[in-house]
Design a protein around this ligand. Structure first.
Ligand SMILES: Nc1ncnc2c1ncn2[C@@H]1O[C@H](COP(=O)(O)OP(=O)(O)OP(=O)(O)O)[C@@H](O)[C@H]1O
Ligand SMILES: [Mg+2]
Length: 275
């Protein structure tokens, strides 16, 4: 498949706003990497994008170059209602890409919210207050590796879930739990929530298991699985330590090109859906 530059995507029409939770309770499957690079690709073609870092680890914030000492307002304040979206969001070095960073304080939010009213709606309420969400075309929420109250807030605020799935033996096992949680959220809090798609990550061409897992996942989930597969690529794993998305660190590497193709596929499917 020929490489596509973000420029070639710009011709696509703008669909309606999307709030996407990037979720999988399994750790280390590529949620943050997918959030950062998809967000960058969408911003590069002119979409106004917001990343909400909802993981106390703060990897999305670090990976987008936000220094730990300069996270005065964060997703913690947003969730507990101490700050609004316009105060919490800050620009990144990438034009049109903003972020609500996270700090370790967020790990306490779960306990603090346990008795709060509408505790699953905190993020949704914060995003929509004062129409602040209207500043963005895409909101990507980087979830923690857990199905806790923070993730429930993300799923309640989102209109779609993007699931990164690592090409490894137990890939499908955890997925059923995530899908059950999505059902629960749909039934109780957010009937409009849909699965945007499943993206296979860290695919290793030299490993036959990767092929097998990819075939199994496509067998079970059919066309919910994106055609685009993200390869295992060392440049992708190097990028966060430079505080840059892989797309800026090395646009030409196979991993970055895969994320550009993923952005293109996401938009193509959205256009189809809208038609
Ligand atoms: N395609 C890839 N090729 C090589 N390394 C990758 C790739 N995708 C992600 N990684 C690396 O794998 C590790 C886990 O990725 P990432 O942090 O995106 O996963 P995560 O699901 O967000 O993890 P967590 O559950 O801890 O939040 C990171 O070190 C990341 O740099
Ligand atoms: Mg992460």
């Amino acid at each position: 498949m020929p490489d596509r530059s973000p420029d070639s995507l710009a011709a696509m029409p703008t669909p309606g706003r999307r709030i996407v939770a990037v979720a999988n309770q399994k750790g280390g499957v590529g949620k943050t990497t997918t959030t950062i690079n998809l967000a960058t690709a969408l911003a590069a073609i002119g979409r106004r994008v917001l990343v909400v870092d909802l993981d106390p680890q703060g990897n999305a914030s670090t990976g987008l170059g936000i220094d730990r000492n300069s996270r005065a307002h964060s997703s913690y304040e947003l969730l507990i209602g101490a700050a609004g979206l316009r105060e919490s969001a800050r620009p990144t070095a990438i034009p049109k890409l903003s972020i609500v960073p996270s700090t370790v304080d967020l790990s306490g939010a779960e306990l603090e919210l346990v008795d709060a009213e509408h505790r699953c709606f905190r993020l949704r309420d914060a995003l929509y207050a004062d129409h602040a969400i209207d500043d963005y075309d895409y909101v990507l929420i980087d979830c923690p590796p857990s199905l806790n109250l923070i993730t429930l807030n993300a799923l309640t605020a989102a209109d779609a879930v993007l699931v990164p799935l690592q090409c490894e033996f137990f890939a499908l096992e955890g997925l059923s739990l995530l899908l059950k949680t999505v059902e629960r959220v749909r039934a109780n809090f957010n009937p409009e929530l849909e699965i945007l798609g499943v993206v296979l990550t860290m695919f290793d061409r030299r490993n036959r298991l990767s092929d097998q897992v990819a075939a199994d996942v496509r067998g079970v989930l059919g066309d919910k699985v994106y055609d685009t597969v993200i390869p295992r690529n060392v440049r992708i794993s190097e990028a966060p330590s430079h505080g840059k998305p892989a797309l800026l660190y090395d646009l030409k590497c196979a991993g970055s090109q895969a994320y550009v193709r993923l952005a293109s596929e996401v938009l193509r499917r959205e256009r189809k859906r809208a038609a």
